[in-house]
Design a protein around this ligand. Structure first.
Ligand code: ADP
Ligand code: MG
Length: 569
């Protein structure tokens, strides 16, 4: 350390300066020991500090901020329990390939390491490590610059993900010479460098695509994250290949695009002979690229564009791996396609087109329904029309039936407008995602929430009101998880495990904090309420009463939920 002089800086200020120097100007978190003053000082020094009611939602907000901006979202928590709450979001961000940095205060190293029982004692670094891309601890103020630089690089380079930064309480108050401190900071040059795929891998991919009789493109959220929207649109259109967007890739091309095969999903998975994966993994969401949903797999070839080399062959053989950033992969493919690329055989396009029209017509009829009480399609039909009129609005969606049915019925027209439960299919991302969407984009947000899903982050309604965010939450209230009709077979006093308080009023929660509550029992009331709420730009919550008999067990993934077939007296 340099000699202390009149001009001192400390850990608090060095951290703030390091973040600001790297364009990280927003922190999502929950104050408390030992990071309260850090939040205050960050705000006083021009950072935006958004305080939540629970760290998990602050973490989910940071992850979504990372997804939307390609800069790591920052989440700030207290030690042990606050850290653990934030860790769920960090692990989820890593699983989803969203860049974020979880910054947690921690107790004194000497006491933690000797396990002498400090306030909120926990070896946080060790616990975080297996759940994120990288984890660092900073013990000296002069290392803050390096630590922040490494955290940023780890979060955004290659496959993005979560990084943990452990900051013991003592670090914040450490002082050092202000000039030396300033010089110790690093402005990261090119934090996520382009990664070009090797030329021979591009030719190989083009050869495979050229030979296809029934090609299919699948766009994933890696493609949406990459922000090379024009190149992707050009690639899809020039190839003439039918495409499927994964849920968060909806809107990369408008969902009403003539090449969208969403309404013919089962057909194209079963029949395709060459599949081009663009930033999408062959995980459970794509039935691992094999099995019943994929029909006869013999002879099917996969081309995969991904920045992570180890993703290749994760589930099935990848004939043509293209390792690189999506923008570079797609641009080099486009170059190689030249000006005379021939479209897929017309017979295939007709087969897909016919299915899309037939299924589209069926769906349109269902969405036109006006049942009383509302079922999912009645309510979603109303919301679909509203989103059609508001293509700039951000859409957040979670639940079981509310998620599955909204995903397939509500069109998205622009990239990165849809935020949902992601790779893990978790509940609880709703309010964190809605808050980050509002803060990061400035656009109005429509959050379509199952009543159960909403409950996980419902208290953040206060946060939405406190920051006066343009968020309209629609709670699909069907009195329970999946549906509200389960009964306790023993006839005992307790209700069934999936049932909530009947006919409760989530709209009153919003009113309790000064926002606008609405209660809607019909399609017409729902439309009016949501339109009014979206026009007002005020925090609002619409309690949409849904038939408690509507809804299926686990939505579309009931097959993952084992059910007993043994009957016992
Ligand atoms: P989805 O759930 O939409 O199918 P996944 O999260 O499964 O999407 O897949 C996203 C993939 O995109 C991951 O394998 C990740 O490595 C990759 N990816 C993320 N960002 C980029 C990028 N900039 N360039 C290339 N690949 C990327
Ligand atoms: Mg429900």
């Amino acid at each position: 350390m340099t000699e202390p002089t009149q001009n001192l800086t400390d850990g608090f200020h060095l951290l703030i300066d390091a973040f600001k120097m790297n364009g990280l100007n927003t922190i999502y978190g929950v104050p408390g020991i030992p990071i309260t003053d850090f939040g205050r000082l960050a705000q006083a020094n021009g950072m935006r500090v958004i305080s939540f009611r629970h760290e998990q939602h602050a973490g989910n907000a940071a992850a979504i901020a990372g997804y939307l901006t390609q800069k790591p979202g920052l989440c700030l928590t207290v030690s042990a329990p606050g850290f653990l709450n934030g860790l769920t979001a960090l692990a989820n961000a890593t699983t989803n390939c969203f860049p974020m940095i979880l910054i947690s205060g921690s107790s004194e190293r000497e006491i933690v390491d000797l396990q002498q029982g400090d306030y909120e004692e926990m070896d946080q670094l060790a616990i975080a490590k297996p759940l994120c891309k990288a984890a660092f601890r900073v013990l000296h103020a002069e290392d803050i610059g390096v630590a922040v630089a490494r955290a940023i690089r780890a979060a955004v380079s290659g496959r993005p993900g979560g990084v943990y930064l452990d900051l013991p309480a003592k670090l914040f108050g450490q002082t050092m010479d202000a000039d030396a401190g300033q010089q110790s900071l690093i402005k990261v040059v090119d934090p996520a460098p382009r990664q070009l795929p090797a030329p021979d891998t591009v030719s190989r991919a083009l050869d495979v695509l050229k030979g296809a009789k029934k090609p299919l493109i699948i766009l994933g959220k890696g493609a949406a994250y990459a922000q090379c929207d024009d190149a992707i649109k050009t690639f899809v259109e020039k190839s003439g290949v039918p495409y499927l967007p994964m849920s968060m890739a909806k809107g990369l091309l408008p969902d009403n695009h003539p090449q969208s095969a969403s309404a013919a999903r089962s057909l194209v998975l079963k029949e395709s002979d060459v599949v081009v994966l663009v930033g999408a993994r062959l995980n459970w969401l794509l039935s691992h690229g094999k099995g019943k949903s994929w029909g006869d797999t013999a002879g099917r070839q996969f081309i995969q564009m991904d920045i992570e080399p180890r993703e290749m062959d994760s589930n099935v053989e990848i004939t043509a791996p293209l390792v690189g950033d999506i923008g570079s992969c797609v641009e080099l493919m486009l170059d190689g396609m030249g000006d005379n690329w021939s479209k897929p055989p017309q017979a295939w396009l007709d087969q897909v087109g016919d299915k899309v029209s037939a299924n589209g017509a069926k769906m349109a009829q269902r969405l036109g329904s006006d049942t009383s009480p509302m079922d999912f399609h009645t309510a979603l039909g109303a919301l679909r029309d509203i989103v059609d009129q508001r293509p700039d609005a951000m859409l957040v969606n979670e639940g079981a039936n509310t998620l599955d049915l909204a995903r397939s019925t509500i069109n998205v027209y622009k990239p990165r407008k849809r935020l949902d439960v992601g790779t893990w299919g978790i509940m609880g991302i709703g309010m964190g995602a809605a808050i980050a969407a509002a803060i990061e984009t400035g656009e109005p947000v429509l959050a379509i929430e199952g009543d159960s899903a909403f409950g996980f982050s419902g208290m953040e309604v206060e946060t939405i009101c406190r920051y006066n965010l343009p968020v309209c939450i629609v709670v699909f209230n069907n009195n329970g998880i999946y549906r509200g009709t389960d009964v306790n077979p023993t006839g005992d006093g307790d209700v069934a495990p999936t049932v909530f308080v009947k006919d409760c009023r989530y709209d009153k929660m919003m009113e309790a904090f000064g926002g606008q509550g609405y209660y809607a029992t019909s399609r017409d009331e729902l439309s009016k309420a949501v339109n009014e709420a979206m026009d007002s730009g005020k925090p609002s919550l619409v309690n949409a009463v849904i038939d408690e008999n509507a809804g299926t067990e686990s939505g579309r993934i009931g097959n993952l939920n084992p059910q007993s077939v043994v009957s016992r007296k």
